[in-house]
Design a protein around this ligand. Structure first.
Ligand SMILES: [Zn+2]
Length: 436
């Protein structure tokens, strides 16, 4: 264990105003840096009398890593005493903004830990492990850095287009039903605006009401999960905005219909639920893939499985209905889309499959919002799907959440705040002058 003393270089690297590094010791792959303040004169905060030293007490905090090694600061904190016998202040310890009393992490380490979670997407447990602290300490650091950014009123400013989605938060257990959230997204900047518990009209109406009329008046476009409650809330608060059911949500409805038909036909033909090896079960994912993304072999394989497991062609019909609905979105303009939607309705009417009748009925109730896609929205569709996918990914990464506040903080910290991080410059071609 080598102690290297008199370390101006280490003082420069630690880079804390008014602190010097007295010694550094390598303790089992960690740097232990012994630091102290340079101030040797101070006055009593109560009476101003020049204080006298009253010893030192070491305090230990985890700091940012140094050259890839975890680092610990051992601060020999000065204690001071007021010599004036008439003064009420007897003794006190020096303070430093970077190292809060009883903290186990420096302020900058806490900020970096929160960044690992919010920007890097690490779990709290992983970030805690990286800094050698407990989950609770890491969680507190994340709260401290995330909540003010989430609560910043400017975060919700400048929004003109929103997307409203329901997302599953907790699956049903014997103790509670499935818990849903409503997620509101800024479609222009594809940023998550909020996550609210529940998925009713009141939930969305309450959130919009809290934004106030001037905010609502600026919204020109809203895409929504096709749910009647959402539509009513949006019509109540954003009466001048165009409502759109985008490609993603419409296809989700069609995919649900495919799954429903497949399960029913599976049960009718085999007398049991889908199992490994059953033809319909094997193609359950391929059925949901866009036709143009299936290779010729995969398509042939899917056809063969339908021949084997779908005697009345009902699953095949559901697949065609999904593709016809997708065609509506791929139409070149509104008139074209209208014609294609009629083809879809005609097909569902002729197919004589109860799930497709239901699908056609739902699509009919939303045809205004579906066709509105062509008058307003087509250009930004890719970006919207991107936002859906990011939110979905974070939801999956955030498994294990049982607390809505933590879940919301985690999603908004990751997807709802523009964090300003200092970019690292390339070193090639740069010749900084040496300062010694
Ligand atoms: Zn005093």
């Amino acid at each position: 264990m080598a102690v290297i003393n008199g370390s101006q270089g280490a003082t420069a690297l630690v880079d804390m105003a008014d602190f010097v590094v007295g010694a550094q010791v390598l303790v089992e792959h960690e740097w232990w840096l012994y630091v102290e303040t340079t101030a040797d004169v101070t006055g009593c905060s109560a009476c101003g009398t020049r204080a006298v030293g009253h010893g030192r007490a070491p305090t230990t905090v985890r700091d940012l890593p140094v050259a890839g090694r975890p680092a610990v600061l051992v601060w020999h904190k000065r204690r001071w005493r007021c010599p004036d016998p008439d003064c009420d202040t007897t003794t006190w310890s020096e303070r430093c903004a970077e190292i809060a009393p009883r903290a186990s992490l420096t302020a900058r380490a806490r900020a970096r830990l929160a960044e690992l979670v919010n920007v890097g997407g690490d779990s709290i447990a992983a970030a805690a492990a990286a800094f050698g602290v407990g989950w609770h300490t890491a969680h507190q650091a994340v709260i401290e850095h995330t909540d003010p950014a989430i609560d910043d009123v400017d975060r919700l400013e400048g929004v003109t287009a929103i997307g409203v989605d329901e997302k599953r938060f907790l699956n049903a257990t014997p103790e509670h039903r499935t818990v849903f959230t409503t997620q509101i997204v800024d479609l222009d900047r594809h940023r998550l605006l909020d996550v609210v518990e529940g998925r009713s009209r009141d939930v969305l109406a309450g959130w919009l009401a809290a934004r106030g009329d001037p905010w609502c008046d600026r919204i020109r476009l809203a895409t929504l999960d096709p749910a009647a409650g959402y539509r009513r809330a949006l019509l109540d608060h954003l009466d001048h905005a165009t409502l759109v059911v985008d490609h993603f949500h419409a296809v989700k409805l069609a995919n649900t219909a495919i799954d429903d038909v497949r399960r029913r036909v599976q049960q009718d033909t085999t007398g049991h639920r889908g199992r490994k090896g059953d033809p319909l079960y094997r193609i359950r994912r391929a059925l949901l893939v866009a036709a143009e993304k299936l290779t010729a072999e995969r398509f042939a394989w899917m056809r063969a499985a339908l021949d084997a497991g779908d005697p009345a062609g009902e699953v095949g019909a559901a697949w065609v209905a999904k593709e016809l609905l997708r065609d509506t979105y791929a139409a070149v303009d509104l008139a074209h889309a209208r014609r294609r939607l009629i083809v879809f309705f005609q097909f569902c009417a002729d197919a004589d499959v109860p799930e497709l009748r239901r699908l056609a009925h739902t699509i009919d109730r939303w045809h205004v919002e579906i066709l509105a896609y062509h008058s307003t929205f087509k250009a930004s569709n890719g970006r919207v799907e991107n936002t859906h996918m990011l939110a979905e990914k974070t939801r999956r990464n955030a498994h294990g959440f049982t607390n809505h506040t933590n879940y919301r903080r985690r999603l908004l910290g990751r997807l709802g705040v523009q964090w300003h991080t200092v970019p690292t410059q390339r070193i090639r071609g740069r010749k900084p002058r040496l300062i010694a």
